[in-house]
Write a protein that binds this ligand. Structure first.
Ligand code: PHE
Length: 340
């Protein structure tokens, strides 16, 4: 009787297995109570009653275990169902950064010159942004009263210390260190420069330059032109041409301004159809500069040039406001992904 009622209770839909186990088999359970009554059973019947009791216990125990296992399995399926992942759903794309567009141009220039066997001077020891008047101006052949000092309005920190207005002081810092018995000096120096300009679409008080210099035996203007043509073709494409116009810089003589053709130039292009845009200043290193940096101008000659990555990036990508480069708006910057 107990067995039957137990079986039906265990099988019923909303049975709480643990509660039933206590109720049926626990210390104060129904079966236990039954077995406790053994002492009142006649001796000859005890064995039979005991067997029935054991049978009932075993049946109940097995049934309970089965039911428990079934419940655990159901719970597991339910959990798996809830945690199911649809691997075919489109994912959320992680935003990955990229080098700043100016850094991309500078990297491209660096790679080009490394390929030509130049060294890249970029550490703060050999190319400081906080410079002395001596390196920024005097060693660049601009003594204190030189009128060309006005060409570059300067942020002075003290009368002798300033924010460099150009990367040209790295010319002197490299020349005075170079050991010419080991061959010519061939270097580029990318970096930031500062001028007291009012910011507008074409002026920024902070911008970038890549200085370049080659000094050695028999370095000529042809070497300068070939070097500049190669880097301009790297940046603008192989079919672009350059031209040089006379100009003036205190530290080069002769000095030139260099233009690059806006469009590709083929053998059929008429010279008058070429649209030239100014991209950089350059020239043959002034003997005074060599002399001040301890290099004999009778023995060695060289050239120098100054590229402007900001201007190059504006031309290359059609950016019409230099201030865009310094606002760090990712919507602007993410347009320039060199991976395409
Ligand atoms: N330093 C010059 C400038 O800032 C550019 C330049 C560099 C010109 C080297 C000639 C040679 O305008």
């Amino acid at each position: 009787q107990l067995k039957q009622s137990a079986v039906s209770r265990i099988n019923s839909q909303d049975a709480d297995i643990e509660q039933l186990r206590v109720k049926l088999l626990g210390k104060k359970g129904e079966l236990t109570a039954l077995l406790k009554g053994m002492k009142d059973v006649a001796a000859e019947n005890r064995k039979a009653v005991g067997e029935i009791g054991n049978d009932v216990r075993q049946t109940i125990t097995e049934l309970l275990a089965e039911k428990k296992a079934a419940e655990a399995e159901a719970a597991l399926s339910k959990q798996l169902e809830a945690e199911k992942i649809d691997v075919t759903m489109p994912g959320t794309k992680a935003l990955i950064g990229q080098p700043h567009v100016l850094q991309q141009i500078i990297d491209e220039i660096e790679q080009h010159f490394l390929g030509l066997g130049f060294q890249v001077i970029d550490d703060t020891v050999d190319s400081p942004e906080v410079e002395t008047d001596e390196y920024n101006f005097e060693r660049e052949n601009l003594p204190k009263d030189h009128p060309a000092r006005d060409m570059q309005d300067t942020f002075y920190i003290t009368p002798e210390i300033l924010l460099r207005t150009q990367t040209s002081p790295v010319q002197s810092r490299s020349l005075e260190k170079h050991d010419f018995s080991k061959g010519p000096l061939k270097m580029i120096a990318p970096g930031k420069v500062y001028r007291r300009d009012t910011d507008d679409a074409t002026h920024s008080h902070q911008f970038h330059q890549v200085e370049g210099m080659v000094v050695g035996e028999n370095i000529t203007m042809a070497d300068l032109k070939g070097t500049l043509l190669s880097v301009m073709q790297e940046l603008f494409g192989e079919k672009h041409q350059i031209r040089m116009r006379p100009s003036y810089f205190p530290f080069t003589e002769p000095s030139v301004e260099v233009d690059v053709s806006w469009d590709e130039v083929t053998p059929d292009t008429k010279p008058e159809d070429i649209k030239w845009i100014e991209v950089l200043g350059a020239g043959m290193t002034h003997p005074n500069v060599l002399r001040m940096d301890g290099v004999d101008p009778e023995k060695y000659s060289g050239f120098a040039f100054g590229l402007g990555p900001d201007r190059l990036a504006m031309l290359k990508y059609g950016v019409d406001d230099i201030r865009q480069f310094y606002l760090n708006d990712v919507r602007f910057l993410s347009q320039f992904n060199r991976k395409g």
